[in-house]
Ligand binder design. Structure first.
Ligand SMILES: O=C(O)C(=O)C[C@]1(C(=O)O)C=C[C@@H](O)C=C1
Length: 376
C-alpha cells in the first residue's frame, strides 16, 4: 500500500492540474462576460446551468461522485458569475439609477413627520436625531407618515423598525416595500414606560389600561399583577395618554412615557413598568430622495427568492465572496403567494465601495424584485 506521503504527492499533482484548468475555465468565462456586456445579455442563464449540471454529473461513475461533481460545478459556475458581475460593474453597468451621495442631511431646514401625537416615542427619536428645536409635526399612523414623505408634505419621517423586546415592527417592513421611500438614517432610543392616569387617580381606582399593543406586551409582568384591569390597544402610547386626559375618567390609565404623561397633564401612578430594563427601539429616518450619506455604513435591501432548495444559500454567497458582514435577516410573507417569503437583509458597507456594487449586481440578477431600501 502507498504511504501517506506518496498519496499526498499524487493529490498535489492532480490539484496542480485542477488549478490550471480552473484558471483556463475562468479566462473563457471572462470572454463570455465581455460578450454578454456587449450584447446586453444576462449573466445568469438558468437553463444552461441546469443542462451543464446534468451533463457533468452524468459523466461521474457513482451516485456519490455524481452528487460531488454537481456541487463542484454549482460552485464553479457561481464563481464564473461573480467574475462577470465584477466585469459589469467595472463597465459601469449598474442596471438602475444610482443613489446620489450627500455630505450630510439639511437638518436645519427639514420638515419632519412622526407617527402618534405630542409625547410619542417617535417624537423623542425625532428630537434625538434632528435636534431639540427641529421643525416637526405628527400624523396618526405609520402609513400616513410614509404618505407625507411620498407627497412631499415632509422631507423626512422617523418611524420605528425594531424593538429590543418585541422584535421587528412588521408593518414597517411591508410599508418599506409598498412605498418608494429610502432609509437615510437611524437612531436607537430607550423605551421606559410608566402607568399614568388623570391627576388624583390612584392605582386602586384603575379598571382600564390603554396603550399600543406592543407597549402593553413590554409591561406584561406589571400588568399581569393587575389581571382584573382591561387592556385596550390603541394606535400609539401618546395617543393613549391624550385619550386619558380627554376622557377625565379616574378608572382609566395609559402605558406611556414620562414625557407623554407630562405633555398631556397626567400623573405617574407607577414609574418604569417595563419587563426588561434595557428595552429600546431602533427608529429609521426615511425620505423620498434616492440619496445616501457619504459616511453611511449599513445597507438594507429586500428581495424575493425562487421557491427552490438552496436558493437562499446561493444568494448569501454574494456576501461571503465580497467579504461583506451581514447583520440582520428577516422574512415576511409575500402577499398573494402562500408560503413564499420576501427577505430583508442588512449588511455593513457603503454604496460607493466596489465590493458592495459587485454584491448588489449579483443579488439583483439572482433574485426577484430586489430593492435597495437605503444606505445609512
Ligand atoms: O455560458 C454562459 O452563459 C456563462 O456565463 C458561463 C456559465 C458557466 O460558468 O458555465 C456561467 C454562468 C451562466 O449562468 C451559465 C454558465
Amino acid at each position: 500500500m502507498a504511504s501517506l506521503e506518496e498519496l499526498r504527492l499524487q493529490l498535489d499533482e492532480i490539484d496542480d492540474q485542477m488549478v490550471r484548468l480552473y484558471e483556463e475555465r475562468m479566462k473563457v468565462c471572462a470572454q463570455v462576460g465581455e460578450y454578454k456586456i456587449k450584447n446586453g445579455k444576462k449573466v445568469l442563464d438558468r437553463q444552461r446551468e441546469k443542462n451543464k449540471l446534468q451533463a457533468v454529473s452524468e459523466k461521474a461513475s457513482s451516485e456519490f461522485n455524481k452528487k460531488g461533481v454537481r456541487e463542484l460545478y454549482e460552485q464553479l459556475m457561481s464563481m464564473s458569475r461573480k467574475l462577470q458581475y465584477q466585469q459589469l460593474v467595472k463597465a459601469g453597468a449598474l442596471g438602475r439609477l444610482p443613489f446620489i451621495e450627500m455630505e450630510s442631511l439639511d437638518a436645519k431646514n427639514a420638515r419632519i413627520v412622526f407617527p402618534g401625537t405630542e409625547g410619542a416615542y417617535s417624537q423623542a427619536a425625532t428630537k434625538d436625531y434632528f435636534g431639540e428645536n427641529c421643525n416637526s409635526f405628527y400624523v396618526r399612523t405609520f402609513r400616513e407618515a410614509m404618505e407625507a414623505i411620498e407627497d412631499g408634505a415632509a422631507d423626512y419621517a422617523v418611524l420605528p423598525i425594531e424593538n429590543s423586546t418585541a422584535g421587528s415592527v412588521d408593518e414597517m417592513y411591508d410599508l418599506l416595500v409598498e412605498f418608494e421611500n429610502y432609509i437615510v438614517g437611524e437612531t436607537i432610543i430607550p423605551i421606559i414606560h410608566t402607568l399614568s392616569g388623570v391627576p388624583g387617580a390612584k392605582l386602586t381606582d384603575i379598571e382600564r389600561v390603554y396603550s399600543k399593543g406592543v407597549a402593553l406586551m413590554q409591561a406584561s409582568h406589571f400588568l399581569d399583577d393587575h389581571s382584573d384591569w382591561q387592556q385596550i390597544s390603541v394606535a400609539n402610547t401618546a395617543i393613549a395618554a391624550r385619550k386619558i386626559r380627554d376622557d377625565k375618567d379616574q378608572a382609566q390609565a395609559a402605558v406611556c412615557s414620562a414625557y407623554a404623561a407630562e405633555v398631556h397633564g397626567l400623573e405617574i401612578l407607577e414609574e418604569n413598568i417595563n419587563d426588561d430594563q434595557t428595552n429600546c427601539t431602533r427608529f429609521i429616518v426615511v425620505t423620498n430622495q434616492k440619496v445616501f450619506l457619504k459616511h453611511a455604513q449599513k445597507i438594507s435591501i429586500c428581495l424575493e427568492l425562487p421557491h427552490e432548495s438552496g436558493s437562499l444559500y446561493r444568494l448569501l454567497s454574494h456576501f461571503i465572496y465580497n467579504d461583506l458582514n451581514m447583520t440582520r435577516i428577516e422574512s415576511r410573507p409575500i402577499e398573494g403567494k402562500n408560503w413564499e417569503y420576501r427577505f430583508f437583509i442588512d449588511f455593513e458597507g457603503n454604496m460607493a465601495d466596489p465590493a458592495v456594487k459587485n454584491a448588489i449586481r449579483g443579488l439583483r440578477e439572482e433574485s426577484r424584485n430586489m430593492r435597495i431600501l437605503g444606505n445609512y
